[in-house]
Design a protein around this ligand. Structure first.
Ligand SMILES: NC(=O)c1ccc[n+]([C@@H]2O[C@H](COP(=O)([O-])OP(=O)(O)OC[C@H]3O[C@@H](n4cnc5c(N)ncnc54)[C@H](OP(=O)(O)O)[C@@H]3O)[C@@H](O)[C@H]2O)c1
Length: 232
């Protein structure tokens, strides 16, 4: 297939929540998108979007997703690491298995996927890696968020490491760090009315803005609050 005239973004966990909002925003504004989802068949059909199988816990599914994206579009300019889980465990409660699962999805899978995508991001000349981190990458809000916060601090460090690794090749990395967002995850963790929380569409607009900015305007982190906290 001929190379897409549109820039191409891969979005993990794009079947619902923040990932689905990012996919809709980019599709509406001149991007070709490839959605990585555990259950592609459950994603509402949009003929403009490529929907592929991707499970962060299966080490080979990322290569199949990359191959399908390249077969359809011939180029990859950006990846949005959105797929994530939140195991509400303190660092004293968390078992080894829970630690491994939390880090496998939130840290190890994005690192592995980025490594495999690097040649394509380099070829773009303006490759972008955006990671949905969290305000839990910036502060630890409670004992119960301890394990999750450890994984998100790590995801933030991953972003900063990529900024160094990609500088000379025009690859820019950014971590989006929201507080509560009105998705299944956000609403399962808080009694705050959904309409008061940051909306998935707000995050999607930030992602598109970061993607549009030129290489000379690189944003490392964006903290996003639904309400003022002591430090954020
Ligand atoms: N909502 C918030 O308050 C909030 C705040 C800060 C940061 N975040 C971060 O933002 C990102 C998106 O969160 P969300 O609020 O949209 O969460 P969500 O509504 O719970 O959706 C999570 C997404 O991740 C996918 N996912 C989970 N495990 C996966 C795996 N093993 N392989 C592939 N995909 C997997 C899910 O796919 P399935 O549909 O197959 O389950 C789903 O698409 C996450 O990284 C989260 O940590 C969320």
């Amino acid at each position: 297939m001929a190379e897409s005239a549109l820039p191409v973004a891969m979005i993990s966990g794009a079947g619902r929540g923040i990932g689905a909002a990012i996919a809709a925003e980019l599709t509406a504004h001149g991007w070709a998108v490839s959605l990585g989802c555990r259950r592609p068949g459950s994603v509402p059909a949009d003929a403009r979007q490529l929907v592929c199988h991707y499970d962060a816990l299966e080490s080979q599914s990322d290569q199949r997703w990359i191959d399908s994206t390249l077969a359809a579009y011939g180029r990859i300019d950006a990846v949005i690491h959105n797929a994530g889980i939140m195991l509400p465990r303190s660092v004293l409660e968390a078992t080894d298995e829970e630690f491994d699962q939390q880090f496998a999805v939130n840290v190890k899978a994005p690192m592995r996927l980025t490594r495999k995508l690097w040649p394509w991001l380099k070829a773009s000349g303006r490759g972008r890696v955006i990671t949905l981190a969290s305000l839990s990458a910036k502060r630890v809000k409670s004992a119960q968020s301890g394990l999750y916060a450890m994984s998100k601090f790590s995801a933030l460090a991953f972003t900063h490491a990529l900024r160094h690794a990609g500088e000379a090749d025009g690859i820019r990395a950014c971590a989006i760090c929201p507080g509560f967002v009105a998705t299944d995850m956000g609403m399962s963790l808080s009694q705050i009315p959904a309409e008061k929380m940051t909306q998935p569409e707000d995050i999607a607009l930030l992602v598109r803005t970061v993607l549009m900015l030129p290489n000379r305007a690189s944003i490392a982190e964006i903290p996003v609050n639904w309400a003022v906290e002591d430090n954020y």
